[in-house]
Design a protein around this ligand. Structure first.
Ligand SMILES: Nc1ncnc2c1ncn2[C@@H]1O[C@H](COP(=O)(O)OP(=O)(O)O)[C@@H](O)[C@H]1O
Ligand SMILES: [Mg+2]
Length: 314
């Protein structure tokens, strides 16, 4: 659907997008994850035809902005990082205005109004909408002409968790009903995880990781951690031959018993073997906790930066 090769964009001597390559297939939901200044907006705006690359190529369904602008406008639905509406137009009037650009019918406007769940607000001036309602309206505007590809630049930044979830639900419904292709930028790890099967991590104008969440985690983080407490001390050698263990921490005496942890490839595979081993040696398990390394850990490992602090409060 989208094919980007060797794409570069500079602002004076700052390289915002740096020799970037990316392909997105029809029906994929892709999250472009990165901190402020990573180059997400610059990349997305070049795909949208709003900025011109210094070098490199972008094709969408084989079309490019230079030769096929008209067709691409039909294909794409977009909402920008800052959505501006006309303050003194109502929700309904705003949809009608945009529908007139595409010569769409009133019944399409009504359909979208219901779809974004804003019928109750149809007479409200856009200036009086809440953040979540504005973003739903922006999504409605983007969807009016039934595009095949949706590009959303930080659609939920600054929204409260409820409004954010409402928008996610709409986007998930789109995928199911219309097999839409979506590229969305975000600095919320949870958004990337919840919405998109594919996560592309961008830093300093480059893609530094690309894959499904589990692919990323298994490529870039080493396994999962199992913390345990048992009722008696065990020679470390006894554990050493359990399959799937990458590393064993020293066993320490605690008030509860004897605690240790394993680094394992996969806790689901490892735990049955672990339980069997305990039974064989008649050791009683007192406490057990399995922790997965998450995308947040991964992001920090890769970029040395933290994603927005807001992510941790969700
Ligand atoms: N119009 C512009 N003029 C100068 N520098 C810009 C312009 N747009 C973006 N930049 C710079 O390019 C880099 C990437 O910006 P941007 O694409 O907006 O990143 P993101 O969307 O990931 O926050 C930043 O360092 C930003 O300051
Ligand atoms: Mg941006």
């Amino acid at each position: 659907m989208i094919k980007i090769t060797n794409l570069t964009k500079k602002f004076k001597d700052h390289i915002a997008v740096n020799a970037l390559n990316l392909e997105i297939a029809q029906g994929e939901y892709v999250a472009l994850l990165g901190v402020n200044g990573a180059g997400k907006t610059t990349l997305v705006e070049m795909i949208e035809g709003l900025q011109t690359p210094d070098s490199g190529n972008i094709t969408i369904q084989g079309l490019n902005w230079k030769d096929h602008a008209q067709q691409l406008r039909q294909l794409l639905g977009l909402s920008l990082q800052e959505t501006k509406f006309i303050d003194k137009l109502s929700v309904l009037e705003t949809l009608q205005l945009f529908a007139s650009f595409y010569r769409l019918t009133e019944s399409r406007v009504q359909e979208v109004l219901d779809w974004i769940n804003l019928r109750a607000k149809k007479a409200t001036y856009t200036v009086n909408l809440s953040g979540g309602q504005r973003q739903r309206l922006a999504l409605g505007v983007a969807l009016l002409h039934q595009p095949q590809l949706l590009l959303l630049d930080e659609p939920t930044t600054g929204l409260d968790p409820n409004s954010r979830r409402e928008l996610w639900e709409l986007l998930l419904r789109l995928k199911k009903q219309y097999n839409m292709t979506l590229l969305l930028t975000t600095h919320y790890m949870e958004e990337a995880e919840q919405l998109c099967e594919r996560i592309v991590i961008m830093d300093n104008g480059k893609i530094i990781a690309d894959g499904t969440l589990s692919q990323l985690l298994s490529t870039y983080t080493q396994g999962e951690i199992i913390d345990f407490t048992v009722n008696e001390w065990i020679l470390p050698e006894k554990w050493a031959n359990i399959t799937g263990v990458l590393q064993i921490s020293p066993i320490t005496k605690t008030p509860e018993g004897f605690a240790g942890s394993f680094l394992v490839e996969n806790s689901t595979n490892f735990l049955p073997t672990f339980f069997q081993h305990l039974e064989q040696h008649q050791i009683k398990l007192l406490q057990l906790q399995a922790r997965k390394k998450n995308l947040d850990d991964l992001f920090t490992t890769l970029t040395g930066k933290k994603l927005s602090a807001e992510t941790s409060t969700l």
